[in-house]
Ligand binder design. Structure first.
Ligand SMILES: NC(=O)c1ccc[n+]([C@@H]2O[C@H](COP(=O)([O-])OP(=O)(O)OC[C@H]3O[C@@H](n4cnc5c(N)ncnc54)[C@H](OP(=O)(O)O)[C@@H]3O)[C@@H](O)[C@H]2O)c1
Length: 373
């Protein structure tokens, strides 16, 4: 059987020193024909990609600074959605059908997966995934929304619930709240019944964060024009009747982390989610080592009896696969009932993939950024 078509895919030829350099120098659009289905297997599903999320991890991977690296040349695009063009017999037995609208689980297929499907990224007209990774969309869900679900909400859930054990009535301080995972964390924390104090560096972005459910927003931009953040412990104490917060969700790192320890109540939980402010923790070009790693002062952690919890969602899931089904079940329940909905501020046509990556890298995006194919 032949499905003939010609499209394009993004190719990262080699890891760059950093993502900004990768965008300008090692990324290109190359022609691709429809994969030959005679060469695909019974578990395979061929997908015409419609929307792909442009995520922070996609950026980090281009310089090999993410912990899990496909070998270049590779096609980025951890999460995408589209229409089924063809499927093998086993996939059909599991309910996949031609024409179906689907989204793809980035843990099981694409550049962040571990096996044979790693080469099929979503920044491409066509992708192939095993049926286990192919999830049917439901009525009312758009292609754009579908590619912004799993990574963001699973991260937020893993951090807040599995690691943070956030309880109704507690107050959580969420940094990077305008980001893809941060905004998901704001939404989930509210569904859990927590009070949310969200931080950011732009009043416009924080207005959206507030509209998405945050109880309080704090602009913590530096007052001296530097890239750092200002002192904000008094603001947090004032919002918590002097007690401080029970939980910190820190996807930003750097100065913000140390200031946050001062905002916590005794016995609080500090969640290390990421370090958006210091992306070059690891060497570029795929080298290992962490010359610029973030550090936390042990005296504050000790005297306040804090629990500091590392929250690597994917790695934890590989260690303990059983944590995933209940997480997916709860997120899907919230999504299908309309209680969760991804916020997408930026959309780009495929030809403008560099502009999309630049927008994400320079922090212009609120929530998620999507590429249209
Ligand atoms: N733990 C996990 O399993 C997991 C999973 C996915 C991602 N991550 C990590 O979590 C972090 C956030 O990911 P994301 O996808 O949400 O990223 P994102 O969408 O780019 O959002 C990051 C947010 O951080 C804020 N920020 C960026 N630079 C900053 C700086 N210098 N100072 C203060 N705030 C800054 C920005 O908000 P404002 O502009 O409003 O300040 C931005 O919206 C990344 O480090 C990522 O690698 C972790």
């Amino acid at each position: 059987m032949s499905l003939s078509g010609i499209g394009q895919r993004v190719m990262v030829a080699a890891f760059a020193e950093d993502p900004a350099t990768a965008i300008e120098q090692s990324l290109s659009l190359v022609e691709m024909t429809t994969p030959n289905v005679d060469e695909l297997g019974p578990r395979d599903v061929l997908i015409a990609v419609r929307s792909a999320q442009v995520g922070w991890v996609d950026l980090l991977m281009t310089s090999g600074q993410y912990q899990h690296m496909p070998t270049p040349p590779y096609t980025p695009g951890l999460e995408y959605s589209g229409e089924v063009l063809w499927c093998g017999s086993e996939a059909a037995d599991h309910g996949i059908s031609v024409g179906q609208a689907v989204y793809v689980d980035g843990l099981l297929s694409g550049p962040r997966s571990l096996g044979a499907y790693q080469k099929w990224g979503g920044f491409a007209f066509y992708a192939v995934a095993p049926y286990e990774a192919v999830l049917p969309m439901w009525s009312g869900l758009s292609f754009d929304e579908a590619c912004c679900l799993l990574g963001n909400y699973e991260t937020a859930y893993h951090c807040l619930c599995a690691r943070g054990n956030l309880q109704a009535g507690e107050t959580v301080l969420i940094h990077g709240a305008s980001g893809s995972t941060g905004l998901a964390a704001v939404q989930i924390a509210k569904l859990l019944g927590a009070t949310v104090i969200a931080t950011g560096r732009s009043d416009d972005k924080l207005a959206v964060v507030k509209a998405q459910g945050a109880d309080h927003v704090l602009n913590i931009s530096s007052t001296d024009g530097s890239k750092g953040v200002r002192r904000f412990r008094e603001d947090v104490k004032a919002l918590t009747n002097g007690h401080g917060v029970a939980v910190v969700y820190d996807g930003v790192g750097g100065d913000i982390s140390i200031e946050s320890l001062r905002c916590m109540q005794f016995g609080g939980r500090f969640l290390i989610v990421g370090w958006a402010a210091t992306p070059s923790v690891a060497h570029g070009k795929g080298q290992r080592g962490a010359p610029n790693a973030n550090q936390l002062p042990t005296n504050l952690i000790m005297m306040k009896g804090l629990s500091v919890l590392g929250c690597p969602t994917v790695i934890s899931t590989h260690h303990s696969p059983s944590i995933r089904p209940p997480r997916l079940a709860q997120i899907t329940k919230w999504l299908r009932s309309g209680q969760l909905r991804p916020y997408i501020s930026h959309r780009f046509p495929f030809a403008q993939v560099r502009d999309a990556l630049r927008a994400k890298w320079h922090g212009e995006v609120i929530g998620s950024c999507v590429l249209h194919l």
